[in-house]
Design a protein around this ligand. Structure first.
Ligand SMILES: Cc1cc2nc3c(=O)[nH]c(=O)nc-3n(C[C@H](O)[C@H](O)[C@H](O)COP(=O)(O)O)c2cc1C
Length: 384
């Protein structure tokens, strides 16, 4: 049986699967359920010092469904951070760690931009026994109106400063959670590492408007007839998350990354590990499928590792990164390839008006049989 445990940043995860901050980590009961079902870690719902400033609305979710199957593809939320008092969280953190000493419990923290606030919050959570911290620089709605969340994460200097404050208050793991609502995600990621963060979590939700109700002519989710853009998650965001994780891994070599965004299966998580992640977080899928999904994810990860002969996660972590290059280089590689197969023509003038779907299919990497360098990677990965 392959070894799927992960040691990172002073923490020992029984497996790389971690509940991402949000409703699935919203109190002691549900966090306990996650550990009972076998999750390697839980990032609790984001806490702050003054929960009475947090006022949620309902409804606060909206789903984008497949036209054909009704499957949920995208999920929007306008939920804020935890509205539960820090004193309750301190008590529950202690109780969870007493009951699940081997489950990795990470406090997600967020505050206004004042040194004493971040330090006090860090020290109180640390005293309550958490294993590490995730700094929420990334919630895209509601909190930015108080200059928190993604309003901080979009300012690399602030990210660096806040990471420095938290670093001076704890020796434990400090992961900075990045907003995707920015042009170059590796800029604030590098600032976080410079400031003293030991790892990067990416991504939080993508600012979105899921749709407009065509009867009422109003955007959803609608609260008293009005709405705001919210955070988009679920499988639709996975390709964007993978790209952003790839950029962080490429631009911040050696960074410890916790990948997040649209993970629903073991094989989704494997793709984040192939991009360099140590751990992989799941939020929306746990809300839609329940905590028991982790068993299927563990099975799929073990199956993948057995198929390729990988004994540990380190045998393949980051393996796919070496296959990113420039478009110029792709053209060069194609030019020197010995024979161009008929279906791989890249000349635009060969498209005729009758066969656009065939042309599209032939140029699609995961449909057409291509001659690209895709030998089974197991041996190469282990020797990387
Ligand atoms: C309803 C909801 C609430 C969330 N609340 C938080 C939060 O309090 N803190 C945080 O850092 N991220 C929060 N997130 C973001 C998730 O942790 C995660 O970064 C994002 O949803 C992408 O992952 P997913 O596709 O697996 O959900 C929330 C997401 C959802 C859907």
């Amino acid at each position: 049986m392959p070894d799927i445990s992960v040691k990172v940043d002073g923490m020992n995860f029984a497996n790389p699967f971690v509940i991402g901050s949000g409703p699935p980590g919203t109190n002691k009961n549900v966090i306990g359920k996650a550990f009972d079902e076998g999750w390697g870690g839980v990032i609790a719902k984001t806490v702050s010092l003054e929960s009475d400033k947090v006022k949620n609305v309902a409804p606060r979710y909206a789903k984008l469904k497949s036209r054909e199957t009704g499957e949920v593809i995208g999920f929007q939320n306008i939920e804020l951070i935890s509205d539960r008092p820090i004193e309750i969280w301190e008590k529950e953190f202690r109780e969870i760690k007493d009951k699940y000493p081997d489950g990795m419990l990470i406090a997600s923290i967020m505050e206004e931009c004042e040194e004493w606030r971040w330090k006090e919050l860090t020290e109180r959570c640390e005293a309550a026994g958490v294993d590490g911290f995730e700094l929420n620089f990334s919630c895209p709605h509601g909190l930015p109106e108080r200059k928190m969340g993604s309003a901080m994460g979009q300012d690399p200097d602030t990210v660096e400063q806040v990471c420095g404050w938290v670093r001076s208050a704890t020796k434990k793991a400090v992961w900075a959670k990045m907003t995707p609502n920015i042009t170059h995600i590796s800029v604030p990621a590098a600032s976080a590492l410079r400031g003293g963060a030991s790892g990067i979590s990416a991504i939080n939700t993508i600012l979105s408007v899921t749709g407009v109700d065509l009867d009422k002519l109003r955007p959803v989710p609608t609260v008293q007839g009005y709405s705001i853009p919210g955070g988009y998650s679920c499988q639709a965001v996975r390709p964007i998350a993978l790209r952003m994780v790839m950029e962080i891994a490429r631009d911040c070599p050696g960074a410890q990354i916790s990948g997040i965004g649209g993970v629903e299966r073991g094989n989704d998580a494997v793709q984040f590990i192939l991009m360099g992640c140590h751990t992989v977080q799941v939020c929306t899928a746990a809300m839609l499928q329940g905590y028991g999904m982790v068993k299927g994810m563990i099975g799929e990860l073990e199956e993948f590792m057995t198929k390729h002969g990988f004994e540990t996660i380190e045998d393949f972590r980051g393996h796919a990164l070496q296959y990113f290059t420039t478009h110029y280089d792709l053209v060069e590689k194609q030019k020197v390839a010995r024979e161009a197969r008929a279906g791989q023509s890249s000349r635009d003038n060969e498209w005729d008006r009758e066969n656009i779907t065939n042309h599209t299919s032939k140029l699609t990497a995961n449909e057409a049989e291509t001659e690209s360098a895709s030998q089974p990677a197991s041996a190469a990965a282990k020797g990387k």
